[in-house]
Design a protein around this ligand. Structure first.
Ligand code: FPP
Length: 240
């Protein structure tokens, strides 16, 4: 019988994170919602550092969804400002051997944010320590539509035979091209849904939902989620 104490912990290759509960965390403390996002951004960095330390190769975090534009302008501006600060500090990430990537439709974002994103991606492209993907103006359905549109365009131009389209071809046009699917998805804050995050990529991902708000999330919570993941029997539709 395997012994939990002596077995090395099975570390997921790719962890997806829904950073939920920032607003509630702030409200509990009588603070503006944006204070929750600020603390959430700090926690994001701590958790990325910890993931790198324990050997996780990819982290993908949901920072702003295609639906988040419905929020008040001041909250959207605050999240974008946090992102600006994070990106301006991105040279630190380069030193830490972090490769940064962004998933989502960049066109509606402010030009300076787009420029900072391009620079961070370019400057960190050669890093091979951990890949941190930030989903920004990202929606899982929109991503699949985007891929379908590209395939349709290629077919219309005669550069792609529609009969050759299969899963391997379609994934080449997702924002996550070249990134392995998440092994583990963690959603804190007690909400039990996917909220349009990585719909295609998470077909066989293990889900762990925790009753902690994201700004209170610590490496110990990550360990807890990984321990749950390590006990799961992943069959990918087969028999084991
Ligand atoms: C969900 O909590 C959180 C967001 C929509 C924003 C997440 C953004 C950050 C943590 C900052 C991103 C910055 C970087 C550097 C990646 P919520 O506001 O929906 O919380 P609630 O459900 O309690 O209201």
């Amino acid at each position: 019988m395997p012994n939990d104490q002596t077995q090395p912990l099975l570390i997921p290759n790719h962890i997806a994170l829904i950073m939920d509960g920032n607003g509630r965390w702030a409200k509990q403390r009588g603070l503006p919602r944006n204070a929750g996002h600020k603390q959430g951004a700090k926690v994001f960095e701590t958790i990325c550092d910890y993931c790198q330390k324990i050997g996780v190769r990819y982290v993908t975090a949901y920072a702003f969804s295609t639906e988040n534009w419905k929020r008040p302008k001041n909250e959207i501006d605050a999240i974008m400002d946090l992102l600006r600060s994070y990106l301006k500090e991105a040279s630190k990430q380069t030193k830490r051997n972090v490769r940064l990537l962004f998933l989502g439709d960049r066109a509606p974002l402010a030009p300076d944010v787009q420029q900072l994103m391009r620079k961070a991606e370019r400057d960190s492209a050669g890093n091979d320590g951990i890949t941190v993907c930030i989903a920004l103006n990202y929606g899982g359905r929109a991503e699949i539509v985007h891929s379908a549109k590209e395939l349709a365009r290629l077919a219309a131009e005669g550069r792609l035979d529609p009969e050759s389209i299969d899963e391997t071809v379609l994934v080449q046009h997702l924002y996550t091209k070249g990134i392995p699917d998440p092994d583990l998805m963690i959603r804190p804050s007690g909400e039990l849904r996917l909220s349009n995050f990585l719909l295609w990529q998470m077909a066989y991902t293990e889900f762990v939902f925790l009753d902690v708000l994201w700004p209170d999330f610590t490496p110990a919570h990550l360990d807890l989620a990984i321990a749950q993941y390590a006990k799961r029997n992943r069959r990918f539709g087969g028999i084991r």
